[in-house]
Design a protein around this ligand. Structure first.
Ligand code: C5P
Length: 226
């Protein structure tokens, strides 16, 4: 099957607070987003790669992704779900739309081959696949500054990306649930009644959201493969 990748990187990085969105910041000599896209590019099973950006940053994005052979940039939307839909429509408009799509956060620079392989393997038997990591911490509910009870963590996972889908099925779900403001594509898949397989995620594949995440990412980039 033809596999495409869709990387969403149109966020403003508000929680980081800097002038430059986090995806364009340097991680040990390479822009953060370049690591994310390059990892997908290195996978032999992935063909077209569409990257969704804020057009105000088009020059920065083009420099950051130079030589990686991505499709023309697609303009993002006000929320992540809208940005994903824009990217899916761009893939649908290609001369040969893909059979499968991997949807990845541009803010996850450390995705690796085994994780991608796990998602693609699950798509042989399921319409959707989600790399996930079991929750190990005790979960507490907060109640006005006091602990308001323990939430059983059994069977709870943290969702990562790339999430994989049969292309037609996720395009259909995104068109149906447009505007719902969901932050996760498998939430749309579930809403559309698709079974979502859980595959092994990795702690290393974290999303860079806060300043602390950026420091951790810079440290990890020094010891990671290219
Ligand atoms: O905000 P958060 O870190 O959860 O965003 C996850 C990913 O979605 C990021 O890579 C971000 O750039 C992208 N995004 C987007 N369009 C938006 C908001 C977020 O492409 N409007």
């Amino acid at each position: 099957p033809a596999v495409a990748a869709l990387v969403v990187a149109a966020g403003s990085g508000k929680r980081m607070g800097g002038a430059v969105p986090k995806q364009y910041l340097d991680l040990a000599g390479q822009p953060l987003i370049r690591r994310a896209v390059a990892a997908l590019r290195r996978h032999p099973g992935i063909g077209a790669i569409v990257v969704v950006i804020d057009p105000a940053w088009a020059g920065t994005a083009a420099a950051a992704l130079d030589g990686l052979g991505v499709e023309p940039f697609v303009a993002g939307a006000a929320d992540r779900q809208g940005s994903v839909l824009a990217g899916l429509e761009a893939l649908a408009a290609l001369p040969r739309p893909p059979d499968l799509v991997l949807i990845h956060d541009g803010a996850r620079p450390f995705v690796d081959m085994p994780l991608i392989d796990g998602v693609l393997a699950a798509l042989k038997h399921h319409p959707a696949a989600l790399p996930a990591v079991a929750v190990v911490d005790t979960l507490k509910r907060g109640d006005d500054g006091l602990a308001g009870g323990t939430v059983p963590r059994d069977g709870l996972y943290r969702a990562q990306t790339p999430q994989g889908f049969r292309f037609d099925a996720i395009l259909d779900a995104h068109r149906r649930f447009e505007g719902d403001g969901l932050t996760d594509d498998t939430a749309l898949a579930e809403a559309a009644g698709l079974a979502v397989a859980l595959t092994p995620g990795r702690e290393e594949n974290f999303k860079v959201t806060t300043e602390d995440d950026l420091a951790r990412a810079r440290h990890q980039a020094l010891t990671a493969l290219p």
